[in-house]
Design a protein around this ligand. Sequence first.
Ligand code: CP
Ligand code: NVA
Length: 298
Amino acid sequence: MGPKHFLNFEKISNQEFVSIIERGIELKNSNETEKTLKGKILGLVFEQPSTRTRVSFEVGINNLGGSSIFLSGSELQLSRGEPISDTAKVLSSMLDVIVLRTDNHEKLEIFSQNSSVPIINGLTNSFHPCQIMADLMTFREVSKGKNLEKVCWIGDGNNVCNSYIEAAKLLNFELSIFCPKGYEPNANILESSKKFVSLATNKEDALRNADIVTTDVWTSMSSNTKLKDRKKIFKEFFVSPDDMKKAKDKSIFLHCLPAHRGEEITVDMLEDQSSKVWVQAENRMHIQKAILEYLLLD
Ligand code: CP
Ligand code: NVA
């Protein structure tokens, strides 16, 4: 049997998911971090820009007693055509665990099939599982163990949305998606979670009774439509403090960041009392420490 990978939520159980979240909260609240990953070396292969994912993984592995090497795709032989399978074989012979951020999810799959060590999805154009784990850790933390019944997604049916769809099935919550026609999430991913996910025809229906309201940029790193067209298409697909009043009492607003004020959120949204985006961003580090332990410790 090969190593355990963390590419999406397909191969993870509900119990494992919940344990990782509980461990993330425990790590966050512990005064002194045990060096559980002493000597382990994490490689970060990034073919796209990043602020949170890169820093949270680098600081996280250091906190646990390990170290990291950042490898920009443009500086690797990958950029000169070395096959991703060869790159995976070589890097995994020297590193203990690797985070890959890339465009095409198939590349991540090929990388993982050729790796002798665990591979973590640091974002592809299909999924962003580390982000959703941080989101759900944040909900659990700020709502003090309240049951998550409904998530409302407003905007592009993108990679982050796809990971919410997988999480809805795994954790048994309702996900209501309000997105423009033609920008729905991937049909196969939707189909796999159809009992838990619905496409709303108006914003009010999507917001009603939601515990979490969340959105993301109109144009992702891998999107190929021109921003000007998307600005027109996505005009109605934003979240404001007024919208939060239409969700459940004490609902929280989340955004994976980076955010575009005046596009998918109003200028005042991140400062609204419902917004937990800064806690959410910090939680990337705590949850990823728990993910690293899940992959590297028996
Ligand atoms: N949310 C997120 O993944 O941020 P970065 O692109 O900055 O890593
Ligand atoms: N959907 C966004 C998420 C960024 C963290 C993108 O892929 O660019």
